[in-house]
Design a protein. Structure first.
Length: 143
């Protein structure tokens, strides 16, 4: 029998976690049910929830960055250099860069663009003729 200081009962070894079962008369360790109650109260605190939320966000960011790096066959250094670029590489755009732009045929990374510029390139099928054609059309309409 082992004494639980939290519930003040002498309980069998099976009521304690395995590391406590091996020792006798351990004063600091509590039984499983008391430990579960303590953990449940701790998990309900806003500090605990905030720490878990931040940790989960960091884990998602790490998993996403590893997946992106592997998808584009980049070394750690190449990937780190790309994510250091904070502004869209389209000269006429001032948005924050969030997308890695790549050629769908060769899979080669071209640079970093904002979401809008990256979508526009995709919609125009990366075709320079279509892009310049739209530019000429837009210039003609503005005159």
């Amino acid at each position: 029998m082992i004494y639980c200081p939290s519930c003040k009962q002498s309980l069998s070894k099976e009521c304690f976690i395995p590391s406590v079962q091996k020792r006798k008369n351990v004063k600091k360790n509590v039984c499983r049910s008391c430990k579960n109650i303590k953990n449940k109260k701790r998990r309900q605190t806003s500090e605990y929830k905030e720490k878990r939320r931040i940790k989960a966000k960091e884990n998602r960011k790490k998993i996403n960055s590893d997946a992106r790096r592997r998808r584009y066959k980049l070394t750690h250094e190449e990937y780190e250099n790309l994510i250091q670029i904070k502004k869209c590489q389209n000269v006429g755009c001032k948005n924050k860069a969030t997308c890695i732009d790549h050629c769908h045929d060769s899979k080669k990374v071209r640079g970093v663009l904002c979401r809008d510029c990256n979508l526009a390139l995709g919609i125009l099928s990366d075709d320079p003729n279509r892009i310049t054609g739209l530019l000429e059309y837009l210039k003609a309409q503005l005159l």
